[in-house]
Structures are given as structure tokens and as C-alpha cells.
Design a protein around this ligand. Structure first.
Ligand SMILES: [Zn+2]
Ligand SMILES: [Zn+2]
Length: 347
């Protein structure tokens, strides 16, 4: 119990330090401003401890294991999980039918899932709509006849949580024109702040192209549900094969860019030069989640074409071969915190 009261000072949301807010009568996170009662924090850590103990004891899936089947694609090596009654004939990643059932060997059980928001019929309709509107593929590329083969895949993701301490020094300026002259007023600006971040995603699948995934993001993580196998029937889930630590640098890059953007947004001038910037990221708990994607992979002209649709929002990508996809924008980072800014304007 004594241990728990120490842990209780860390924010369940982002891991930041918490202080007691006497006005609200609650614990408040210094990074993301989340409020919790002491009971809520203690309950959170008790549950977390139980989960860790279950994992250590190998009780990941428990009873549920007997209702699951494993599959291996001998062509691309994808390891998939499906419900006992879900027929799997085709690999969603490479489109090959060289997929064989294997023993389900208790993999790490996901913490969370974003459920599919629409069924296969609706997904097919969305594909068709897309083709009718703007499809510019060669005539003999008969993807339309293959649309029925789309598969709902839960793609494994790591969701990173933590806090950031950031500071920057800038030479900001305001420009105005006066006849033939451009007049610039310069300001020495300093910015510093703390932020909490939750659910910064990085996909944990080797086969899922990062560029493809990036272009169907973002997902809305308000819809995250605690994972149970009840979400699986009719769908495939891939086992993660990128470890948490190997994905961290991808998340770091996203966080750093977003934090810098936030700092720059607070510079209220027409322009600025960066003199110095420091972004200190502290990772806290990482969550393992499955995110829904409708996938269709088909071969044409010796090339593999992959089409993907966000199973939550319907956002679609697929008019280019995978290799030519543009990198998506870093739009999926959701910071839950308001930025606390200390600023100084000199001169
Ligand atoms: Zn927090
Ligand atoms: Zn495959």
C-alpha cells in the first residue's frame, strides 16, 4: 500500500508528475492537466499491476486461446490470428493463397482495439464509389472484379504515452514596408513548456508499409476499447513483429516535429529564426493496440498493388503502387495538453 501512494503521483494518462489541486480536490497532472481522485489513481495502478502479473504468469489470452487459430503466410511470412470460425484463404499483405493454419501459440494480448466502424458490404460500396469517381487505371487492370476480396485486418500498433519538456530561443521579427524601405523589428523570444502526449501511434508490422499506413491515418483514439476476442470474428489480426523499442524512434520524430510546431505557433510575429531548440521526451507506458484496415492486395503486370482503407473513418488510399505513395502528413499526433507557456520579449 505504501508503494501505491508513491506511484499515485504519476499521471495515468501520460506519466507526468501530479500535484494536489486544492480547488478541485483532486490530483492534477502538471503536464496534461488531467484530474484524478486518489481512488481513481490507486485503482488504475492496482489494475496495471494485476495485468503485469498475468502477463508474467503467461496468462495472456487465458481461456480465449482455444477459440483462436494461427496462420502463417509462407510467401511473405505474415503471422496472423483469427477466430476459429473465420475462414482465411488469402494473405492480406501479399495477396497469396499460400497461407496455412498453425497452432495458435499465445502471443502478447493487445491492450486495446479500435473496432471496425463499418462492415465489409459498406467497405465494398466505398471502394466502388472511389473507382467510379476518379479511377485512372489501365483498362486491363481489373481490380473492380477483385473488390470482393477485400479483407478486414487489425494491424498491430504501439501507442506511445509520455511527457515532453521543451524550450526554444528565437530571433523573431515583424516586417512592414514604408515606401521603398522594409522595416524589421527584432525580438529575442524564449519559449518553454511542458506537454503530455497520449497515443502517438507507430505501426508494429514489418509488412504494413509505413507510407501506406501514414496516408490512411489519422485514427480517432477516443474510440479505443479494451481488447477482447469478441472483436475478432470475421477479421484477421496480425501479430506484431516490430518491437516496441524499435518503433520508438518513429514516434520520437513525430513528437519532436509536433512540439516544435507548437512552440513556433506561439511566436506571434511575421517571421523568426531558430537560435536554439531542445525537446526532451520522456516515454511512459506504451500500449499495444489493434487498428482496423480494409485491405486488398492484387498482382498486375508483375507488380503488387495494395489498397488500404481506414476501417474507422473510411479514408482511402490506393491509386498508386505502394512504392510510389507519398508520405502522409504527420496528422495523427494528438496532444491532450494545453501548452503552458512562459515567454519573454526583450527589445
Ligand atoms: Zn498527464
Ligand atoms: Zn503474405
Amino acid at each position: 500500500m505504501a508503494e501505491q501512494s508513491v506511484l499515485a503521483y504519476n499521471c495515468p494518462e501520460c506519466g507526468g508528475s501530479m500535484v494536489f489541486n486544492p480547488n478541485k480536490g483532486k490530483m492534477q497532472c502538471e503536464y496534461c492537466d488531467s484530474l484524478f481522485t486518489r481512488e481513481e489513481v490507486e485503482k488504475y495502478f492496482a489494475e496495471k499491476e494485476q495485468k503485469m502479473a498475468d502477463r508474467d504468469a503467461g496468462k495472456d489470452w487465458g481461456e480465449e486461446e482455444s477459440s483462436m487459430k494461427g496462420y502463417n503466410c509462407s510467401s511473405c511470412g505474415a503471422e496472423l490470428i483469427a477466430d476459429q470460425n473465420t475462414a482465411v484463404i488469402r494473405c492480406p499483405y501479399c495477396g497469396n493463397q499460400t497461407i496455412a493454419p498453425t497452432q495458435f501459440t499465445g502471443a502478447l494480448k493487445p491492450d486495446y482495439v479500435v473496432p471496425f466502424a463499418f462492415d465489409k458490404k459498406a467497405a465494398i460500396e466505398k471502394y466502388k464509389e472511389y473507382y467510379n469517381k476518379r479511377f485512372l487505371l489501365p483498362k486491363d487492370f481489373t481490380v473492380s472484379s477483385k473488390i470482393e476480396e477485400i479483407q478486414g485486418v487489425y494491424v498491430p500498433f504501439w501507442l506511445f504515452n509520455g511527457t515532453v519538456d521543451a524550450e526554444g530561443k528565437y530571433e523573431a521579427y515583424d516586417s512592414k514596408t514604408d515606401g521603398d524601405y522594409v522595416i524589421r523589428d527584432y525580438y529575442d523570444s524564449e519559449r518553454a513548456g511542458k506537454m503530455g502526449f497520449t497515443n502517438v501511434p507507430a505501426d508494429a508490422s514489418v509488412r504494413m508499409q509505413d507510407s501506406l499506413m501514414d496516408s490512411i491515418e489519422p485514427y480517432n483514439f477516443d474510440a479505443l476499447e479494451t481488447f477482447t476476442t469478441a472483436y475478432l470474428p470475421g477479421f484477421l489480426a496480425e501479430k506484431f513483429d516490430v518491437k516496441e523499442d524499435d518503433d520508438r524512434s518513429r514516434a520520437e520524430k513525430r513528437i519532436e516535429e509536433t512540439v516544435k510546431e507548437k512552440l513556433h505557433d506561439t511566436l506571434d510575429h511575421t517571421g523568426f529564426d531558430v537560435k536554439d531548440e531542445k525537446v526532451d521526451i520522456h516515454f511512459n507506458e506504451t500500449r499495444y493496440a489493434l487498428l482496423p484496415v480494409w485491405m486488398l492486395t492484387t498482382n498486375w503486370n508483375g507488380k503488387s498493388w495494395t489498397f488500404a482503407m481506414n476501417g474507422q473513418t473510411g479514408k482511402f488510399t490506393g491509386d498508386l503502387p505502394v512504392s510510389g505513395l507519398k508520405l502522409g502528413l504527420l496528422s495523427a499526433v494528438t496532444f491532450i495538453a494545453t501548452f503552458i507557456i512562459g515567454s519573454m520579449i526583450i527589445g
